[in-house]
Ligand binder design. Structure first.
Ligand SMILES: C[S@@+](CC[C@H](N)C(=O)[O-])C[C@H]1O[C@@H](n2cnc3c(N)ncnc32)[C@H](O)[C@@H]1O
Length: 376
């Protein structure tokens, strides 16, 4: 548990708990280590490697006591020694502090959680809501659900673990009445499921990771208003794995789209792409203005590959003096990007002044205030 104590000391020293001392109490009472399974996956850069506590206790402790997330499943579950894609993890502690602080949970509240994973955050929530509150947590993966239910047995009076797709909303549970808080721990890449809002009380708070395909993942905090509308701003920058039903096309389809639509034109580029890649305000503007455009970048961010998942693509390179964009398909994706960059040059909207409004039949993004909005 040395890792736990050191990590808590670091969080304290950084003032991480100043907005919500209850999160500190909950983390002291329910350490992350207690929810880590025997088999976890070490991030070795381009591959995840299996680490078993029973055969490599030091390797296991190094990951679990470390600062990053603990990957608990790869490739939707495998017995192999290596895996490619992390599909469940126990989040890094600071991300959890940020989420729970934004969620602002109180004793006696009813909380709906999407993405049970190991069960750690459900236990933290149960600790907070106390005996008069309720937590229902849903996990899409059957094996993870069963393991989390066992780990959460000591909290069984307060926590209900449900196997299912959290995007469908709240299935019948032991909880009577609407949710006061909704805690989502797998990322929305495009549309916030309205079911989360339908089952929430007016004034309820939802926090969720929002990871559009352009990049720039952030924590979104929505407050439920009247007539099934929820609205709010981005709060922090975070990286989370997507909801299973919202996994979007990755970079791998770029060549397929380019091969199917080879005709292209070339445009001169005089923007500094690496600078734009590193600027959170521009990234947020691009991600929200172009919600269906996927971007991959080279290591320094000076080369971009764009596609729309269907039939349009652009390959952009900012080599000094010779920068150019090749664009193919019915849309001119680089031209669309350049229009957004020019808009942000004038508007200068800070990343955390962008927001989202979710209505029963539409979703909007906005800059500055909900009146300045566009449909996404
Ligand atoms: C980052 S992990 C959650 C971490 C978890 N809160 C914990 O404390 O360990 C995300 C989880 O969301 C689950 N998930 C993804 N899509 C889901 C969906 N549509 N409904 C419910 N769970 C989902 C994944 O299987 C994964 O276990």
């Amino acid at each position: 548990m040395n890792g736990h104590h050191e990590a808590m000391r670091e969080l304290d020293a950084a003032g991480a708990f100043s907005g919500a001392p209850w999160v500190r109490e909950a983390m002291q009472a329910v350490p992350r280590e207690a929810f880590a399974p025997n088999v976890i996956w070490r991030d070795d850069g381009d591959v995840y490697t299996r680490v078993d506590r029973r055969t490599d206790p030091a390797g296991w402790s190094a990951v679990v006591g470390g600062r990053g997330p603990v990957v608990t499943q790869v490739d939707d579950g495998t017995d192999a020694e290596r895996g490619e894609v992390a599909t469940s993890s126990i989040s890094d502690r600071l991300a959890v502090v940020n989420f729970l602080t934004a969620l602002d949970v109180h004793q006696g509240q009813r909380v709906w959680e999407v993405g049970t994973g190991s069960g750690w955050t459900a236990a933290l929530l149960a600790h907070r809501v106390g005996p008069s509150g309720r937590v229902a947590t849903v996990e899409i993966d059957r094996a993870l659900t069963d393991a989390a239910r066992t780990r959460l047995a000591p909290w069984a009076a307060a926590v209900e673990v449900i196997a299912g797709d959290g995007e469908d909303g709240a299935p019948p549970t032991r909880v009577d009445g609407p949710w006061d808080r909704v805690h989502v721990t797998a990322a929305v890449t495009r549309h916030v499921p309205h079911a989360w809002i339908e089952h929430a009380a007016p004034g309820a708070v939802l926090v969720l990771p929002f990871s559009p395909p352009f990049g720039s993942g952030s924590l979104l905090r929505l407050v439920v208003g009247e007539h099934g509308v929820a609205s709010g701003r981005f709060v922090k920058s975070v990286a989370f794995m997507p909801l299973r039903g919202q996994r979007s096309h990755g970079h791998d389809v770029f060549e397929e789209i380019r091969t199917a639509h080879p005709d292209h034109d070339s445009t001169a580029v005089d923007w500094h792409l690496a600078g734009l890649s590193a600027d959170g305000n521009y990234s947020q503007a691009l991600a929200l203005r172009l919600p269906d455009v996927h971007r991959a970048t080279s290591a320094g961010g000076a080369k971009w590959w764009l596609h729309d998942g269907k039939d349009s693509w652009a390959l952009v390179d900012d080599t000094p003096g010779a920068g150019h964009a090749l664009q193919g398909g019915p849309r001119r994706l680089w031209d669309e990007v350049a229009t957004v960059i020019a808009w942000q040059d004038d508007a200068e909207v800070h990343a955390y002044d962008f927001g989202v409004t979710v209505e029963p039949d539409a979703q909007w993004a906005w800059a500055g205030s909900p009146e300045e909005r566009w449909r996404t």
